[in-house]
Every structure is written in structure tokens, then in C-alpha cells.
Design a protein around this ligand. Structure first.
Ligand code: HGY
Ligand code: MN
Ligand code: MN
Length: 467
């Protein structure tokens, strides 16, 4: 097996050869001239937002990332911190303490989102930023974590610069963004935007434990999670690693996300017959695992040719013995595209392939739609604020779609919302090799801080402007 690539922590050594790095790089004291100019000036249109230059201390952020990374599941690979488990819980205790040290007022809402608030001058609605600290099994250090700890650094840097905002600034660690043992992602951001259903809470994991039980064991009241809604934010922005290769290949430090792909997730279950693997002839079997294998290959074939992606990343086979014909197989399938027709056509074709395989093999079939998220465009005003912040700091931002899911999609139900990307080395993510150059971390956090100021200056959102 190829050993993991060594991690590079040399600040300001760009490894992407991007053209704009020379003009865009933060100075050795952590400033960009242009960002400092934006942040320290007292523009005529927003005379009450002032203060000194904003210093992003990337070494401090790297130290925070390393401290949080120490909270990991010891028996799992990479930086594993799955939702509700001990490492996730204790990592959040650390995070709450760090938020308090930074001077934020810390609370956990009814849905289990951890929120640090920096008080503003009292304008209605908060400017909200954040992401998640749970990970996939075997995940890396940056997915989600950057948006939380980068948000914290932005708050810290704004305060150090003496910049007051009209609105409260909230830094949020959303509960359980990654798909969990109940097949649901974005639990916290769904809940506070009205996207969590009672049926979601009644789902059971492999041990028969409901999601409601898991929430209760985590100290949250499931009924409150179901009904608790956030007051409408003034605006929302999330900083995240790209998790793909586009920015790196284009040699750009900053991505402005245009929209988040639609994601359709389905659990397909095949029920066959358990038999002796040595004695049951091949033509008399009802092998559930072989039907599942046909579906997996069908999904791969259907997703070829661009326009979207299809994955069957989780499969369970029972009884899971070498000498027993499997009688049960479960395939978790997801299809993603920015084009809703692409998703629905492939889903129909994949399920038709599953039905044909099941029928040919004399195997039962059941289908459970776990979630169906349509593509979500990002708000033009927030995109504009990110773009302006990036350009003012000397970057040449790239517009791109997000193939990954984010809490931003859920928050976009109640607030104008946007997403900033920074590059991922070799486009890698959801693996231990996940890595982003510290110079890009600094760039992203600097742009986040300036975007927060830009969003603070926006007029109140018009009612009904969000989906
Ligand atoms: O699955 C996703 O796209 C995200 O990383 N949670
Ligand atoms: Mn992820
Ligand atoms: Mn993420």
C-alpha cells in the first residue's frame, strides 16, 4: 500500500504555482495590504464599521486544528470523530472552552448545534458562519473543522482589530453533518430550519436504536430538536475545503461556490435465501449479495460520461460467512448532480436494474429513500460579498459548483447563504491524507473575515427571498 503523503506545514510555500499568489499572499505579519485597507478604512457607506487591520494568525489556527484532531476514535483510522461518539462529544467540550476563551458567549441550541456568539450593536438577525466537527470514518483534519475553527479565528481577528459589527456574529458547530448510522446527514442544520421530520427521528440504526434515542443520550430533547427553529439570520457563510481538484488544477486560492449539487440517497435491500455454500447448486440459489453486486455495477455504469456522480459506498451482507449463501444485502446508494433530471433519470434506471437483478435471482427487493436534496443555488448577494472580499485581498476567485454536501444547503432555507472554498491537495478528502496549504487556510480565513464584514453591511434581507 502506498504510504500517505508527508504533510507539509511550511507557511506561504505555495505548491500549486498559482499566478496570483505573489500579489495575494498574506504578508509575514499575517496581513494583506488590500485586506488591511478594506478592513481598516472607514468607508462613507458604513461609517460605523471601523477598526484596525485584521491579522489572521495561521499558526494559531493550525494549533487549534491539531488540538481538536487529538480528539479521535482510537480504534479507527485517520481523524475519526463520528457524531454522538465519545471523541465527538469531548472534542466539542474542548471547542466550547476555546470559544469562551475567544470571548464568545457559548450555548447549545435545542438541536445540539454548538454556538459561540460575538455581540454586535443590536441590528436584528445574526451574521452566521460555521460548519461541523464530526467526520466520516477515517476522515481528515480539515473537512468541516476549517469552517468552525476558521470562523473562530475570524471572530478573534475581528475583535483583535477592534472591529465592531452591527449584527451579532455567530460561529456554529452544526450537529452531525456527515451521514450517520441512521442514514441522515446535516441533523443540526436540518432541525433548525424545519427540515427534520418525526420519521427521521424514528429511524433505527443496525442495533435498533432510534435517532431520537441517540439525541436524548447526547443530552438533547428530540421534541425540541423537531420543533426548535432559529430566528432568521441576517446572512450565512461557510468556509470549507473544496474536497476536489478544481481549485488546485486552476491554480486559484479562493473558490466562490455557485451552487450545491442535488443529492439523492437510497437504501436498497435485497432479501434472498440462506443456504449451504458447498451443497446448494449454483442454479438453485437466491443470492442477495450477487443481486447487490449487479446494482453496484449498474450505478457505476449509469454515472459515466459526466453530468453527475453515483456511488454505492456502503454495503452490508448477511450472514457474512465464506461458506454461506447470503440471504440479505443492503446497498446505500447516492447520486449527485447539479442537474435534477440527471439524478432522477439515473435513479429510475438504477432501481430498474435492481428490480431486474432481484427478479432474475428470485430475490426480494425493498427501497427506502433516505434523503432527496435538490440542487441549491447560492445567494447572489453572499456570492458578491465573497467575490468582493477576495478581490480586495488580491485574489482572483474561481466560481465553481460544490459536489459535496454542506450545512449551507439547509441554512439556505432560512437565510441568504454562500460558501467559500480553499484548495485540497490532490483533490483528496474523506481520507487521512486530506491537506490544505497553510497559506490557503490563511487566505480562506482572511476572505471569510472580510466577507463577514461585507455581509454585516448588507441591508436587511427581503422577506421571502430565500427558498
Ligand atoms: O457527503 C458530503 O458531501 C459531505 O462531505 N458531508
Ligand atoms: Mn465530509
Ligand atoms: Mn464537510
Amino acid at each position: 500500500m502506498k504510504p500517505p503523503a508527508p504533510q507539509r506545514y511550511t507557511a506561504n510555500h505555495g505548491c500549486y504555482g498559482r499566478e496570483n499568489r505573489a500579489t495575494a499572499a498574506f504578508r509575514s505579519d499575517g496581513l494583506t495590504d488590500s485586506l488591511a485597507g478594506v478592513m481598516s478604512s472607514q468607508p462613507r457607506d458604513a461609517p460605523r464599521v471601523g477598526g484596525g487591520p485584521v491579522r489572521i494568525d495561521v499558526e494559531r489556527v493550525l494549533a487549534d486544528i491539531a488540538e481538536l484532531a487529538a480528539y479521535r476514535e482510537p480504534d479507527e483510522p485517520g481523524s475519526t470523530r463520528r457524531v454522538f461518539r465519545d471523541a465527538h462529544r469531548s472534542g466539542r467540550v474542548w471547542l466550547a472552552a476555546r470559544m469562551a476563551e475567544v470571548g464568545l458567549e457559548v450555548e447549545t441550541d435545542g438541536a445540539g448545534n454548538l454556538i459561540g456568539t460575538r455581540t454586535g450593536r443590536g441590528a436584528p438577525g445574526a451574521v452566521v458562519t460555521g460548519s461541523h466537527t464530526d467526520t466520516v470514518r477515517g476522515g481528515g483534519r480539515y473537512d468541516g473543522v476549517l469552517g468552525v475553527l476558521g470562523g473562530l479565528e475570524a471572530a478573534r481577528a475581528l475583535s483583535a482589530a477592534g472591529i465592531e459589527l452591527e449584527h451579532d456574529l455567530q460561529v456554529v458547530d452544526f450537529l452531525g453533518e456527515e451521514p450517520n448510522d441512521w442514514g441522515l446527514s446535516c441533523v443540526g442544520s436540518r432541525a433548525v430550519t424545519g427540515g427534520l421530520a418525526r420519521a427521521d427521528l424514528e429511524r433505527t440504526d443496525a442495533h435498533g436504536r432510534t435517532l431520537a434515542r441517540a439525541l436524548a443520550d447526547f443530552g438533547r430533547d428530540p421534541e425540541t430538536a423537531l420543533t426548535g427553529r432559529w430566528p432568521l439570520p441576517h446572512a450565512f457563510v461557510e468556509l470549507h475545503i473544496e474536497q476536489g481538484p478544481v481549485l488546485e488544477l486552476a491554480g486559484r486560492a479562493i473558490g466562490v461556490v455557485t451552487g450545491i449539487v442535488g443529492v439523492h440517497r437510497v437504501l436498497v435491500e435485497f432479501a434472498g435465501r440462506r443456504d449451504h455454500a458447498g451443497t446448494m447448486p449454483m442454479d438453485q440459489r437466491h443470492d442477495a449479495a450477487c443481486a447487490a453486486a449487479e446494482l453496484m455495477l449498474a450505478v457505476e455504469a449509469l454515472a459515466q460520461g459526466g453530468g453527475g456522480v453515483g456511488t454505492t459506498g456502503r454495503v452490508e451482507v448477511e450472514p457474512g460467512a465464506m461458506n454461506v449463501v447470503p440471504d440479505r444485502a443492503r446497498v446505500w446508494m447516492e447520486l449527485r448532480s447539479i442537474d435534477p433530471a440527471w439524478v432522477s433519470e439515473r435513479r429510475d434506471a438504477a432501481l430498474a436494474a435492481a428490480a431486474a437483478a432481484a427478479s432474475r435471482r428470485g430475490v426480494g427487493l425493498s427501497v427506502d429513500v433516505l434523503s432527496d436534496e435538490p440542487p441549491t443555488p447560492m445567494d447572489p448577494q453572499v456570492r458578491g460579498a465573497i467575490d468582493a472580499a477576495a478581490r480586495a485581498a488580491g485574489y482572483d476567485p474561481l466560481e465553481l459548483a460544490s459536489g459535496a454536501e454542506h450545512d449551507t444547503r439547509q441554512i439556505a432555507r432560512i437565510a441568504r447563504s454562500g460558501l467559500i472554498f480553499v484548495p485540497s491537495l490532490d483533490g483528496r478528502s474523506h481520507c487521512a491524507e486530506e491537506w490544505t496549504d497553510p497559506a490557503d487556510l490563511a487566505a480562506g480565513i482572511g476572505v471569510l473575515a472580510a466577507t463577514i464584514v461585507g455581509l454585516d453591511r448588507l441591508p436587511p434581507p427581503s422577506p421571502g427571498a430565500v427558498r
